[in-house]
Design a protein. Structure first.
Length: 148
């Protein structure tokens, strides 16, 4: 926490209750203010009702109804201060998820992860400048492989 009385507000979104519970326990021990949702629609409602900044969105990528990429784009539009940390257990099996993670230009953490890795990724994101790129500036997704 900084020298001010501001507690970082984190919006956690994952459709898997055990994963949410694990992350919630890790974040509560760090004295973050936590908003928690089981899907993108619920997250957007929580964000709209929340008075004050949302410092970090921690979201699963693959969820029913609204994927994490779409959720991230919506929240960056309405909350320009927000940082985004994507979580995925699908990146090693899905070309679409890998491509989306590259295109999003945001940090990500692959599941399974340790508590220490999660807290380090969150700390790094909260210290960084929000990475926002207007949709018109994003490179289109392609099927061709790119060198990383």
């Amino acid at each position: 926490m900084t020298a001010t009385s501001h507690r970082d507000t984190i919006l956690l979104v994952d459709d898997d209750p055990p994963i949410r519970r694990l992350i919630r326990r890790s974040l509560e021990s760090q004295e973050h203010q936590l908003l928690e949702a089981c899907n993108g629609d619920e997250a957007l409602r929580l964000a709209a009702a929340h008075h004050g900044p949302i410092d970090l969105l921690v979201t699963d990528v693959v969820m029913p109804r609204m994927d994490g990429f779409t959720l991230g784009e919506c929240l960056v539009e309405s909350h320009p201060e927000i940082h985004v940390l994507f979580l995925s257990g699908q990146a090693d099996r899905s070309t679409a998820v890998r491509g989306g993670l590259r295109e999003a230009g945001q940090s990500f953490l692959l599941k399974p992860f340790t508590r220490d890795c999660l807290l380090r990724a969150i700390r790094d994101q909260l210290r960084a400048e929000p990475a926002r790129r207007p949709a018109a500036e994003r490179a289109p997704a392609t099927d061709s492989a790119t060198a990383d």
